[in-house]
Design a protein around this ligand. Sequence first.
Ligand code: FMN
Length: 363
Amino acid sequence: MENFDSRTVLNVANVEIPGRVFLAPMAGITDLPYRRICRAHGAAYAVAEMVASQAQLRTSRKSQERFNLKGEQAPRGIQLLGCFSQDLADSARYAAECGAQIIDLNCGCPAKKVCSVASGAALLANEDLVKELLEAMVSSVSGPVTLKYRTGTDEAHINAVRIAKMAESVGVQMLTLHGRTRAQAFRGEAEYETIRQVKQAVGIPVIANGDIGSGAKALQVLQETGADGVLIGRAAMGNPWIFEEISAALDGRRYVPPSKKAVIDVIAEHTEAHLSFYGSERGLKTIRKHISWYFKRLDLCTDYLKRLYEENTPSGLQQALVRILEDELPDSESAMAGVLFPLEPKPHLPHHEESKDEKTGVD
Ligand SMILES: Cc1cc2nc3c(=O)[nH]c(=O)nc-3n(C[C@H](O)[C@H](O)[C@H](O)COP(=O)(O)O)c2cc1C
């Protein structure tokens, strides 16, 4: 089996990405604290979640949280959402001032609230507008602009290759392609043939995305598409170790799953970082979804969650959380491996869900 070297450096214009396994932007999930955790476990790049480009939304709490790259490891990126070139150009400049080295345009979000204002995946139906938006962004910042998009509007309108060529011609420096159409949203299976065609059509890095949740799948997608890297979304919910697993598979190394202690340490560290980023009042609520994903991954009874949700102080939550994990997780390494990476997909993974944030769009 071919090795791909997970640490191959990808050059995105003047920015070096130190590997080919990336964390996908997921609104309301891949915030600054979680990106840091995923990078520590092997994600070579983690762009910030989509942020609205309209000037009047820039100072909202949510936008400010998403423009916040304080302490974020390089390479730093911010993803913008919008359909007006002036807004996107201004926002791109603002994102660069906030420390973003790479500015990404979202042409992939299928959420109604986003598409109904002609943004996200709705843009795929208007290639001229996408060109105008990308040109405006490219000319507004000195660093690279990238595009994250889907294969097309629907099965009858697959235009990913045309958009790729156009994007490259206006100076876009990397493409990330989710192998589904806007109409599919998250249904059905991602296809990789269009990603292969895009890779053949352009000279800039192409990152494959969609339904990649194991080392074997990442290898298969890289082999099938010739893509330069993979972007991992839902498989990273409650599972930052996925980056280590995929990296090991690409390098042809044996994957060593985390010990019980390492798992507990990561969940406790994530919880602490989350609470300090959002403040305890909000953070105690918003950390719940992450804890529930960890528990689902670890096959822990969700009855414990109710008990945790009753905790109303950070220290109470942390202590109760660590106690449950200490008591309930198996001690042996092989048992931990079986828990984190079962052979069959876990029954209750959030695979076809959109978060509240995705449904409602931004702000
Ligand atoms: C809850 C959720 C939020 C998402 N938010 C974003 C986003 O902010 N920007 C974006 O480009 N894609 C977003 N996506 C799409 C993912 O980046 C990714 O393209 C998609 O989930 C397919 O990859 P996967 O099969 O590995 O999950 C989101 C997906 C989910 C499930």
